[in-house]
Design a protein around this ligand. Structure first.
Ligand code: ADP
Ligand code: AMP
Length: 259
């Protein structure tokens, strides 16, 4: 990644579609907050976890490769994720603005994303970090229930559906995700600390990271994010450092468009 790439990544993004990343450990509330943000700002909500679960459901070649890793709480290989994201980021809805949820999760993914956004002149407005302690995450995920149809998430104690077992939005029967058991949650947390925390540090180093205390009630977190987004929309995001994320080769996430 060059200094020019970083300058483009963090450059002024006024009067353009909103481009955000929600980053944090599993269970921090990314999906919960994304559901609000995508409606409020008419964003494409791009959740790599949701996309992969759909591939598994369809038993596609990607789904078959991802299934066991997901059930074990391990990351799906970067090359597969980057191929999937290269296709997703070409869809027309992305030009209205996007919200990335669960991506990037590794250094290679972050590098590929940064290069792509720079090449397409699409600076990020903000990377919002939802910060939460491991023990609270275990409590949240063990009692999470998800709607397989619309992706909406619930918690059996703090955010229960109106009719037990059924989605408020579309009435589908809620599911307990296979990877939402304590052993797998702890593996996912270890993977997060090892592979995704360096990505958070990178975004901090370039001045894009904005931390939110994700232990607060849902509406409070929502309010804090809204303030950050409004602030990011009105201020410039100066390049604060030219530190390279890694010295290694950058994987590809689609080709640059001529400008
Ligand atoms: P992620 O997308 O980061 O994995 P989710 O949005 O699915 O996390 O939230 C994980 C669980 O925590 C869900 O059961 C959700 O209802 C619950 N939850 C989300 N945000 C909060 C919050 N601020 N306080 C309490 N529970 C929350
Ligand atoms: P999530 O729904 O974000 O909790 O993701 C569920 C699972 O999908 C993860 O535990 C990984 O196995 C896989 N996954 C989701 N996003 C990624 C990603 N960006 N890179 C690698 N694996 C991912």
């Amino acid at each position: 990644m060059s200094v020019l790439d970083l300058r483009r990544l963090t450059g002024v993004a006024r009067q353009q579609a909103l481009r955000l990343i929600l980053i944090g450990p599993p269970g921090a509330g990314k999906g919960t907050q994304a559901a609000v943000l995508k409606d409020r700002y008419a964003l494409a909500h791009i959740s790599t976890g949701d996309m992969l679960r759909e591939e598994v459901r369809r038993q596609s070649p990607l789904g078959l490769q991802a299934k066991t890793l997901m059930a074990a709480g391990r990351l799906v290989p970067d090359a597969l994720i980057l191929d999937m994201m290269a296709q997703r980021l070409q869809q027309p809805d992305v030009s209205r603005g996007f919200l990335l949820d669960g991506f990037p999760r590794s250094r290679a993914q972050a590098e590929a994303l940064v290069s792509r956004l720079a090449a397409h002149n699409q600076p990020l407005h903000s990377v919002v970090q939802l910060d939460l302690q491991d023990e609270e995450i275990v409590r949240r995920l063990c009692l999470r229930r998800s709607c397989p149809a619309c992706g909406r998430v619930y918690h059996l104690q703090s955010n229960a559906p109106i009719a037990a077992g059924y989605c408020d939005a579309d009435g589908s029967a809620l599911v307990h995700r296979e990877d939402d058991n304590e052993a797998t949650i702890r593996t996912r947390l270890a993977v997060f600390h090892e592979q995704t925390e360096p990505v958070i540090e990178f975004f901090r180093s370039v001045g894009l990271l904005q931390r939110v205390d994700a232990s607060l009630p849902i509406e409070h977190v929502e309010h804090l994010i809204e303030r950050l987004v409004q602030g990011a929309l009105t201020k410039t995001s100066p390049l604060r450092t030219s530190r390279r994320l890694t010295a290694g080769k950058t994987r590809s996430l689609g080709r640059a468009v001529p400008r």
